[in-house]
Design a protein around this ligand. Structure first.
Ligand code: GDP
Length: 594
């Protein structure tokens, strides 16, 4: 598959990339020049507004109910219990309903106090402010005594064993105390011999805390290994939650793909048929992998779970467990390779949340003694930590607007810094509203912080913003080097396993970082060679499955975006339609913005 990332994160070297994929930058066809790139609204501008927010997580009470239902042996609604429920609209639906409301809708967070965007200056003119340099100097590398940060997204089909694995890992690394596990066991009504384990409930409890307004950031949990401080991002397995997986993966440095190794389990999660994998009844493994890669994640570990089920009541014997592990690997590896995760770079391991095998310590089960590779904790340690692009102007997409708090004020924002740095007292601009406000206070998981730098996930208290003046999908940015608020853009995309071709006029939901907004394909500028990126055909009538193309997208409401070459995390887009991901790509030109 044509791959959109530049592989500049050290995991692949450039020469290997060229060998495999050819030059990464296709030659763009000639474009209409736009004076200074400044905004020039076309007749088809569809009104203004803020980035459409994805809905907040539904409460964990539902999550618990789902787990309780599972514990009682009822099949839970697939994927229920996380993110949002089937009763609440998905981010795609919200973006589409915003389309209906958009006529005449002004920017919700714009107010009289919004200041006009300064004349756009080249990013190269930016010099990190002296106070930030000093703060970075005082906090070299990481905060004293802390470990390099890593944001990890956990991917996999529903019921693959993600929650169980992560819950147990949190317990074994000491992030969750024994008392809490005992309390969960008691709440489950567990009698010790129950089929269900409390591990899967650990993450759901966090969701419940969030719904009660306890300040935790968008990550569902954190834990530390000997070498990394890890922030876990949820990527629920059901297709209706894929927009949440996009938001999670867009903030991650690495991915852990959990695969059900039980007979039939892997096949179900990996199935393409009937109807294909991409949200049409098949497994989520394929879509998650493709999304993760196209959202820029190049570090992957695959964890095969449930090998203990092969023998009925327990492990089937070393030979059968190894055979199954290898069989899963053989089927998955070519797919991963095609998606851009090359064989030598992916870590493979068996592990079990239920038995605790190979999480932090080498497997206790003699049936897994054949495995000489990494534990889950080793695999995490081997991932490269967050990139820190501190020298760029500040950018932080608001992944969540937290409830009012005494420490952080009326509208605390949680998210991960894409670039730059902030300290308390720094002025930041809220885009798209244009409000310039002061940072009141910074926290990380409730602990005060002096400084937040690119790669850090923090909670930021902002002075002077009222409730409702900040939304998920907004971007906090440098007041003199603001993020472009984009109405029309050119994107280089690859289509996935689509049934209906993309045409001029196709309506899509455009996801970027943690925002989603309705949009339309207004032009297909070129079809590109998926291998080399060279223009194959100018202005084709349509783009079908697994093709690369250069599209122009018109957004119904402006979205904070950057060119991929400037800020990777803000320059990736995912196009969805009818609950399916149709294409993923990168922003190559901003055609209309302010
Ligand atoms: P998720 O939807 O991917 O988060 O999956 P869960 O963690 O909720 O697990 C789904 C079911 O598989 C639960 O009943 C778990 O107890 C069970 N499970 C998870 N991991 C294992 C494992 O390694 N072995 C066995 N036998 N069952 C497991």
């Amino acid at each position: 598959m044509y791959d959109l990332d530049d592989f500049d994160d050290g995991y692949y070297d450039e020469e290997e990339y060229y060998e495999d994929y050819g030059p990464p930058k296709p030659k763009a066809p000639p474009q209409k020049p736009k004076a200074g790139g400044a905004k020039a609204p076309g007749p088809s501008s569809m009104g203004k507004g803020v980035c459409q927010a994805a809905p907040k997580s539904a409460g964990g009470a539902r999550g618990r109910a789902v787990k309780a239902e599972k514990a009682r042996g009822f099949p839970a609604a697939p994927g229920a219990g996380r993110g949002f429920g089937f009763t609440s609209p998905s981010p795609d639906e919200e973006a589409l309903s915003a389309r209906k409301d958009s006529a005449g809708a002004g920017p919700a967070s714009a107010s009289a106090a919004a200041s006009a965007a300064p004349a756009r200056r080249p990013l190269s003119e930016y010099d990190l402010e002296a106070e930030l340099v000093e703060a970075c100097f005082r906090e070299p590398g990481e905060a004293p005594g802390s470990l390099p940060a890593l944001s990890l997204v956990v991917l996999g089909h529903v019921d693959a064993g993600k929650s169980t694995l992560m819950g147990r890992l949190l317990s074994e690394t000491g992030a969750v105390g024994k008392e809490r596990i005992h309390r969960l066991q008691r709440d489950m009504g567990g009698d010790g011999g129950a089929e269900e384990t409390p591990w899967a409930w650990v993450l759901d409890e966090r969701t419940e805390e969030r719904s009660r307004g306890v300040t935790v950031d968008v990550a569902s949990a954190r834990f530390s290994t000997s070498r990394r401080s890890v922030r876990v991002l949820d990527a629920p397995g059901h297709r209706d939650f894929v927009p949440n997986a996009i938001a999670g993966a867009s903030q991650a440095d690495a991915a852990l793909l959990v695969v059900d190794g039980a007979i039939g389990g892997f096949e179900k999660g990996f199935s393409a048929a009937p109807g294909g994998s991409l949200g049409r009844g098949g497994g989520q493994t394929r879509e998650h992998v493709q999304l993760a890669r196209c959202l820029g994640i190049s570090q992957l570990a695959v964890c095969v779970t449930k090998l203990d089920t092969l023998g009925g009541a327990g492990y089937p014997g070393a030979e059968a467990a190894q055979e199954r592990f290898e069989a899963v690997r053989q089927q998955l590896e070519p797919f991963l390779s095609k998606a851009g995760f090359r064989p030598g770079t992916v870590q493979w391991l068996p592990a079990s949340g239920r038995t605790g095998d190979n999480l932090v310590c080498r497997p206790a089960a003699p049936e897994l003694a054949w495995f000489q590779g990494p534990t889950v904790a080793d695999a995490v340690d081997a991932f490269k930590a967050s990139d820190r692009r501190v020298e760029m102007p500040f950018r932080m997409p608001v992944a969540e607007v937290l409830p009012k708090s005494r420490d952080l004020g009326a509208t605390p924002a949680a998210g991960r810094l894409e670039a730059g740095a902030v300290v308390a007292g720094t002025e930041v601009r809220v885009a798209p509203s244009g409000r310039v406000v002061k940072v009141k206070k910074l926290q990380s998981q409730g602990d005060p912080r002096e400084l937040a730098r690119a790669g850090d996930a923090v909670e930021i208290g902002l002075l002077g913003l009222e409730e409702g003046e900040l939304r998920q999908g907004d971007v906090l940015c440098h007041p003199s080097f603001p993020v472009p608020v984009v109405q029309r853009l050119e994107a280089r995309v690859v289509t996935l396993d689509i049934m209906v071709p993309l045409l001029r006029g196709s309506e899509v939901v455009v996801h970027a970082h943690v925002a989603a907004v309705a949009g339309q394909v207004t032009e297909i500028r070129a079809r590109l060679d998926p291998k080399t990126g060279a223009v194959q055909k100018e202005r084709p009538r349509c783009v079908t499955r697994h093709q690369a193309a250069l599209l122009v997208l018109e957004l119904e409401r402006p979205l904070c975006l950057e060119k991929y070459s400037d800020y990777k995390g803000l320059g990736r887009v995912t196009l969805r339609d009818g609950g399916h991901t149709v294409a993923v790509g990168t922003v190559t030109e901003l055609l209309e913005y302010e």
